[in-house]
Design a protein around this ligand. Structure first.
Ligand code: F6P
Length: 329
């Protein structure tokens, strides 16, 4: 292990995700273990531009694994998208003597790290987003917790939908990706799941599964809509127009981003935090730490950003078999 690195910074950027705190804790504790000082940069790249920082010691990250959100705050910085903003961020790194930055977030965070790296700062990214849309990693930190949070809400909705024999239309987050919707749909035994990665035909993908379910004896229905497909209100309107079912819309929204992280997210965040510091101490830069199955690996950030993550075909096939969605014949 090289002792060349003396001080690093850690930041969280973009939408927060449960497990980010556990990753911060792991970065700080690993750094201290390796004789490296760790500075928390608050409010993501906005904070890096403005010199908004907090020195982090062993005790300051104590008890953090179980806490949702991010103790460093998060932001989406418009200024950092400009050359001037990026120059100012690098000037802060120089002023504080930060020899490396660990950035926890999604693809926007990684693009930001690339800009720092182009200007000579060593960087490592950790994928933290509930959307699970980082291609090089099977799972991103926060995805598992968000799935469980959404599932808990849907299970509760199901009780009241059953009592009133209604059709629930639930919109889940995921930005342009349907991973969250699909996993939650499979886990909750939804009537159908609509994802942006596949064309949506209301008659075949929604009405027909509802019909099949009704013919099977069911009198309440659960339709999951990924936000990337469009508004759950539009889907509900069409269901009511065609079937006259009593529909209710629930947009789960930001509740999916909160809560204590699951064991899986905490462990992944901890491993990734450890790996990120280890890479910096080995003189590596421009890397993303990710998990493939149960194995932790790292990728060049450019390569990671150029990779495309499709829907998990196996899960989609299972979902199709159980709901009939996508069986356009
Ligand atoms: O990327 C995470 C995410 O929660 C997406 O699922 C969602 O589209 C977006 O962030 C919401 O962003 P904001 O918190 O800015 O409303």
């Amino acid at each position: 292990m090289s002792n060349a690195v003396r001080r690093i910074g850690v930041l969280t950027s973009g939408g927060d995700a449960p497990g980010m705190n556990a990753a911060i804790r792991a970065v700080v504790r690993t750094a201290l273990h390796m004789g490296i000082e760790c500075i928390g940069i608050r409010r993501g790249y906005h904070g890096l531009i403005n010199g908004d920082f907090v020195p982090l010691d062993f005790e300051s990250v104590s008890g953090l694994s179980r806490r949702g959100g991010t103790m460093l705050y998060s932001a989406r910085s418009k200024e950092f998208m400009t050359e001037a903003g990026q120059d100012r961020a690098v000037a802060t790194c120089k002023l504080l003597g930060l020899e490396g930055i660990v950035g926890i977030g999604g693809d926007g965070t990684f693009r930001g790290l690339l800009e720092l790296s182009r200007r000579g700062v060593a960087v490592v990214g950790i994928p933290g987003t509930i959307d699970n849309d980082i291609a090089c990693s099977t799972n991103t930190i926060g995805f598992d917790t968000a799935c469980n949070t959404a599932l808990e809400c849907i299970d509760k909705l199901r009780d009241t939908m059953q009592s009133h024999e209604r059709c629930s239309v639930v919109e889940v987050m995921g930005r342009h990706a349907g991973h969250l919707a699909m996993y939650v749909g499979v886990a909750s035994g939804a009537t159908c799941v609509l994802v942006p990665e596949r064309p949506v035909d209301i008659e075949k993908d929604v009405i027909e599964p509802i019909r099949r379910s009704r013919l099977g004896g069911r009198t309440h229905f659960m339709v999951i809509v990924a936000e990337g497909v469009g508004s759950a209100y539009d889907v509900a309107k069409q269901i009511t127009e065609i079937t006259a079912l009593d529909t209710r819309v629930t947009v789960l929204g930001h509740v999916q981003r909160g809560g204590a992280p699951t064991a899986r997210d905490r462990v992944a965040a901890t491993y990734m935090g450890y790996e990120s510091v280890r890479l910096l101490t080995e003189g590596k830069t421009n890397r993303v730490v990710c998990v493939q199955g149960d194995t932790y690996v790292d990728y060049d950030i450019n390569e990671a950003l150029s990779m495309k993550k499709g829907l998990d075909e196996q899960t989609y096939t299972v979902m199709q078999a159980l709901t009939g969605v996508g069986s356009h014949n």
